[in-house]
Design a binder for this molecule. Structure first.
Ligand code: SF4
Ligand code: SF4
Length: 294
């Protein structure tokens, strides 16, 4: 049984206020019954987290945008005041109003904010990042490194205060040929850790924290090692559930998403992202930021 646990929660929510053309949740409208189902599942999950005795972190990785929904804003508020809650992290597009943050214990909040160039402007996104910074919210920002957007990503990096870490996700990892050497240089200049995301890690048989100290939980309470391995470990609402969490080797061929490979022991990324593993902020970013010229 682990001494501490991080739970990636992905409930029934499946809608978004943005309309990215590649995304199945774009502008999807949920029915009242679907919202009620997600709210009930979220409530059951929160109640379970509240009754835990050991240090716990919660990372919301929704299908869609959760923080435009009052129930998720309230969930973050509620979790942020739990004594055993180490951190609550949310993947978001950052498009919501700010008022709800007034009731959050910001010391325990962190955000992973993705820039979607087809849905907002650089100016609006950078302004939002600056607002959050001035409020004292901890967050990273980032975007997908599509070749056509390279100039825009550089402009965004330049528009952001250096103390904000900006990551870039590799768009095509089937080969480095998608990017020219010059593009790789520019991307690395935006995100000094870009090379980490460019790899597709051969994970089968490798030790991974997922399934031991990190799990993924769905709206039914079914726990899996991570979002990428379907086999359930059990259900968090079962009495003996935590006894099933133990160190184990990965059963999947490749792992290529930060929320997965960051837990691969051989990569040593807990050191690189210490204190910011889930919100994706390198541990020494303040030092790196102070010497940056962009
Ligand atoms: S912001 Fe994210 S969830 Fe929303 S439409 Fe775009 S990719 Fe999908
Ligand atoms: S390496 Fe990736 S796919 Fe394998 S268990 Fe860890 S997070 Fe899951």
């Amino acid at each position: 049984m682990p001494e501490q646990l991080c739970i990636l929660y992905r409930g029934f929510l499946s809608s978004c206020n943005y309309a990215c053309h590649y995304c199945p949740f774009a502008k999807h409208t949920e029915s009242k019954a679907e919202h009620q189902r997600d709210a009930a599942a979220l409530e059951q999950f929160l109640t379970w987290v509240e009754t835990r005795a050991t240090p716990t972190s919660v990372f919301f990785t929704p299908w869609g945008e959760a923080l435009i929904r009052t129930r998720y804003q309230k969930a973050v508020q509620r979790l942020s005041y739990l004594p055993h809650l180490e951190k609550v992290v949310v993947q978001t597009n950052g498009s919501w109003g700010l008022r709800w943050l007034e009731a959050v214990n910001l010391e325990k909040l962190a955000l992973w904010i993705t820039f979607h160039p087809s849905e907002t402007t650089l100016e609006k996104f950078a302004a939002r990042a600056k607002e959050l910074l001035s409020l004292g919210v901890r967050f990273s920002v980032g975007a997908v490194g599509i070749r056509e957007n390279l100039d825009l990503l550089e402009q965004l990096r330049a528009a952001l205060p250096t103390q904000i870490y900006m990551w870039v996700n590799a768009f095509d990892r089937r080969g480095r040929n998608y990017y020219s050497p010059e593009m790789l240089e520019r991307l690395t200049s935006i995100d000094p850790h870009f090379a980490l995301n460019l790899e597709r890690y051969r994970s089968r048989g490798q030790a991974c924290h997922a399934g031991h100290t990190v799990i993924s939980v769905d709206g039914f309470g079914v726990a899996r090692r991570c979002h990428f391995i379907e086999t359930p470990i059990g259900n968090i609402f079962e009495a003996d559930f935590e006894a099933k969490l133990k160190p184990q080797l990965c059963s999947r061929g490749l792992c290529d998403c930060h929320i997965g490979y960051v837990h691969l022991e051989q990569l040593g990324l807990y050191d690189v992202f210490e204190g910011g593993i889930f919100e994706r902020i390198p541990s020494n970013w303040a030092v790196q930021a102070s010497s940056r010229t962009v």
